[in-house]
Design a binder for this molecule. Sequence first.
Ligand SMILES: Nc1ncnc2c1ncn2[C@@H]1O[C@H](COP(=O)(O)OP(=O)(O)OP(=O)(O)O)[C@@H](O)[C@H]1O
Length: 262
Amino acid sequence: MSEPGFVRFDEVSVRYGEGAGSVLALERADLSFARGDFVCIVGPSGCGKTTMMQTLAGFLAPTGGAVSLAGKPVTGPAPERGVVFQQPTLFPWMSVAANAGFGPRMRGENPAEAKARVERWLRTTGLWEFRDRYPYELSGGMQQRLAIARALCNEPLVLLMDEPFGALDALTREHMQEELHAVWRRTGMTVVFITHSVEEAVYLGTEVVVMSPRPGRIVERIPLPFARDESAADIRAVKSSPDFIRARERVLSLIWGMQHDA
Ligand SMILES: Nc1ncnc2c1ncn2[C@@H]1O[C@H](COP(=O)(O)OP(=O)(O)OP(=O)(O)O)[C@@H](O)[C@H]1O
């Protein structure tokens, strides 16, 4: 079922600007993974995580190498690649349901099908009873759930998340991690997730990808068992288990070592 090259970064380099003042943000980054994987990218600040994700989103063309999804080169943004940012970019004048259904509506999809999909994802993200409210009536966590529901209403092949829980308080963040994990388990979707929280990455990821300081390269890929463990639904139990703490410390010491050597 799963294709190892579902998402591929082939020797991807990105240089911002030209000449002496230019910045090489990413240098021949190579990464490939299968459909259904939950890939968490971590690394020191400024190492090129967002740059890498933007090449997959199609917001940024690499200066070298190529990015592909499901065998097709990425040449620009498309609904098959849903993006969720740290700040939920919602339309304040639209209701929750209208925000969620924006993509399908813009593409002129069959209204009954679009409506069913909106209901499905608003129910999945616990927002169905708030469907007639407006973004300002929602908490920060609910707004971010809506941003996720809106991306999922486009039925993307891959969901790209750049520090999606970075602006939330610690308790809400943990709750959101649990919810995202449950949605991922239920749907088997493919996720690329950038985070500064190693604990979050180790809990959510089927794999943690560690990048070097700028220019960013992939220095280590660490497969993780926690996300796929059937008995691991209880976030507190997982995060306090000795195996989890060992894995978290391993990733932390890798990043710590790189920052120290830099
Ligand atoms: N538009 C731009 N023009 C010039 N330099 C840029 C631009 N965007 C990013 N950079 C530089 O490229 C490097 C990588 O940035 P990027 O945002 O991808 O890193 P990051 O790992 O996501 O950082 P952080 O963890 O701090 O969010 C940084 O040194 C940054 O200053």
